[in-house]
Write a protein that binds this ligand. Structure first.
Ligand code: 6R9
Length: 588
């Protein structure tokens, strides 16, 4: 398990940050109070993300810099300066005012990577409402659950997505007062009980003073998956911007005026923390690709847009590796100076491939929706040990621990012991609640530590190495998927009697969703039935969540209490000894 080699970083002050070359000193000197002061510039009680991302940036002289450049399928580029983005955000804040949407109300989006998403997100922060970006690849079932759980009062989406996924749910969403639609072509009548987003924006004034929110006011509602029951509504406060700003500098090394590309979808926490908020507070120009992954396209973007810093995910890196280094070499990337990754284990080979293809390693970073910002990272000016996630971010105390009983834990001080990642609460982007589930929230904290539910070990240099998840949650292409949510949808098919869903290893996506189905009597396994059930799952869940594979089983393994043993299925699938399950996963 020992590292094969260390990638030494050339010292190049001026081009890469040197402040983290001396990791220990940077850690010692760091405080969150100072980080807040550096961002906000004053010590008063008010803090609003939109103010920090726009008004404050403009005051610092970034008004005429391009904040975001959107690229569409045909390579059309649409860009907005910080000042223009502020006008759009302000219009939307005024739209919320005109609709009498109160502070604290949830404003959801179901949008791809489009300028309107930026306007809605930032306008919602400015208005003091709560922004809840939903993943546009979700099917109706996950959408209904999340809109209900989040008590969304406003939804902004496209006419197509609305007709396909939301229209049929309207009866089930009595709290959803306003649906604002982006229209692909403005002909024809709007669907019932919907308003035209563009018309509302046109009629709204383009000046707005951000609401005087405080560090404790909720700004964001992200949904993440649980092993059982409903998805978890993770709330982050306006103070999250402090940690997102600090890590955008310490970890991503963003400097004003530079070009930055975060490839994450806005329906996922990374797409907001580092695809919207953090980078804007650093005054960079963000590249936003409206299309999905395509190796040739991505290389063209890196070259043509002169990307300096690039934040992406292991699945994408593995797909680029698969496409071959010859393709990487068809272009040059003289501006590119820092590459980072998040979301799933970044294997050592992928880090090394970065050296081969780009002459620099990918820097792994670890965090969660709940942590609101990067917690563990390989820093720009520090040597990289391929396969390691790096060290704790300044201001973050991270340890590996073992649960020793109800409410107690042991900190594993000696290196190389495997345990759960624990973080000492007190950083500003820590989630403030699981919506309407205080018990679940409380259970995350033991003996003064937040337990992340991930297993890791720490070497003698304080580098963290990812081992696995301590629960059944699946991570496929960087997206967390709840086996429970998939199982519930499959159970609604008339042929399905019992079902268990697990993640199986996949060379590119990390994990793929596989369902084991026990049929009701009267149904026989067949390829036709398999396809029907798969189609049913796709319709309800969306392609990003639905299983890729279905296996029929005569009887699924159960505990005596009748609970299906996903772990046993996983052990069988991986060819691991069934009796040795304790080594497969951590404790629950
Ligand atoms: C930002 C984000 C969180 C879970 C996390 C862990 C996995 C994230 C990782 C990683 C290995 C890394 N994860 N970063 N696993 N190496 N560098 O991903 O948030 O969607 O909430 O997922 O993702 O299992 O607990 P989220």
């Amino acid at each position: 398990m020992m590292p094969t080699r260390t990638i030494h970083k050339p010292s190049a002050p001026g081009t890469t940050a040197h402040y983290l070359r001396d990791y220990d000193r940077t850690r010692r000197e760091f405080s969150w109070a100072q980080a807040r002061l550096e961002l906000v510039g004053r010590a008063d009680a008010h803090l609003n993300i939109a103010h920090e991302a726009l008004d404050h940036r403009i005051a610092l002289g970034s008004g005429d810099i391009v904040a975001a450049r959107f690229i569409d399928r045909d390579w059309n580029r649409v860009e907005f300066t910080y000042r223009e983005l502020k006008r759009l955000a302000d219009r939307f804040a005024n739209v919320l005012g005109a609709l009498a949407v109160p502070r604290g109300a949830t404003v959801a989006t179901l949008l791809g990577r489009v300028p309107e998403l930026f306007a809605v997100g930032l306008g919602t922060f400015a208005a003091g409402a709560v922004f809840s970006p939903l993943f546009s690849a979700f099917g109706p079932e996950p959408l209904k659950t999340r809109l209900q759980l989040g008590h969304a009062q406003v939804l902004v989406t496209t006419e197509t997505l609305y007709r396909r996924k939301v229209a049929a749910l309207r009866e089930a969403l009595p709290e959803l007062r306003h649906v604002l639609l982006l229209r692909e072509d403005s002909g024809g009548a709007l669907p019932e009980r919907c308003a035209d987003f563009a018309a509302l924006m046109r009629n709204a004034p383009d000046a707005y003073d951000p609401a005087p929110t405080t560090d404790a006011d909720v700004a964001l509602l992200h949904f993440t998956s649980g092993t059982t029951g409903k998805p978890k509504g993770v709330t982050l406060t306006h103070a999250a911007v402090i940690a997102q700003h600090a890590t955008s500098r310490l970890v991503l090394d963003l400097h004003p005026g530079e070009v930055f590309w975060c490839t994450a979808d806005p329906g996922w926490v990374t797409g907001i923390a580092y695809g919207l908020i953090g980078p804007l507070t650093r005054g960079v120009t963000m590249i936003v690709d409206r299309e999905e992954f395509d190796a040739q396209r991505w290389y063209r973007i890196l070259e043509a847009e002169r990307v300096a810093v690039w934040y992406t995910a292991p699945t994408a890196i593995r797909m680029l590796m698969k496409a071959g280094t010859a393709l990487t070499r068809t272009r040059t990337y003289p501006q590119l100076r820092h590459m980072a990754s998040v979301g799933e284990p970044l294997n050592a080979e992928a880090v090394e491939w970065g050296m081969e293809a780009f002459g620099m390693p990918f820097h792994d970073t670890w965090w969660q929706t709940e942590t609101g910002a990067i917690m563990i990272a390989n820093f720009p000016a520090c040597d990289v040990v391929p396969g390691s996630m790096g060290r704790a971010v300044p201001g973050i105390e991270a340890r590996v621990v073992r649960r020793t009983g109800a409410g107690t834990l042991e900190i594993l001080e000696s290196p190389e012991q495997v345990g759960e990642i624990a973080l000492r609460p007190g950083w500003p982007s820590m989630f403030s609640s699981y919506l309407e589930d205080p018990n679940r929230y409380r259970q995350c904290f033991i003996d003064g530590w937040y337990l992340a539910g991930d297993l890791a070990r720490r070497d003698q240099d304080g580098q963290f190495w990812f081992v696995g998840r301590a629960d059944d949650i699946i991570k496929s292409s960087g997206h967390l998927i709840s086996p429970f949510e998939v199982e519930s949808a499959l159970m609604r098919h008339p042929a399905v009697a019992q079902v268990a869903v697990i993640g199986v290893p996949d060379a590119v996506a990390g994990q793929a969703v596989k369902a084991f189905v026990e049929l009701r009597s009267g149904f026989e396994p067949s390829d036709a039935l398999r396809l029907k059930i798969l189609g049913h799952a796709r319709r309800l869940l969306g392609a990003a969540v639905a299983p890729r594979e279905i296996a029929f089983s005569d009887s699924l393994p159960r505990t005596r209490s009748g609970k299906i043993m996903r772990r046993l299925l996983r052990a069988r699938e991986l060819g691991l000894p069934e009796g040795d399950l304790s080594t497969l996963e951590g404790r629950e």
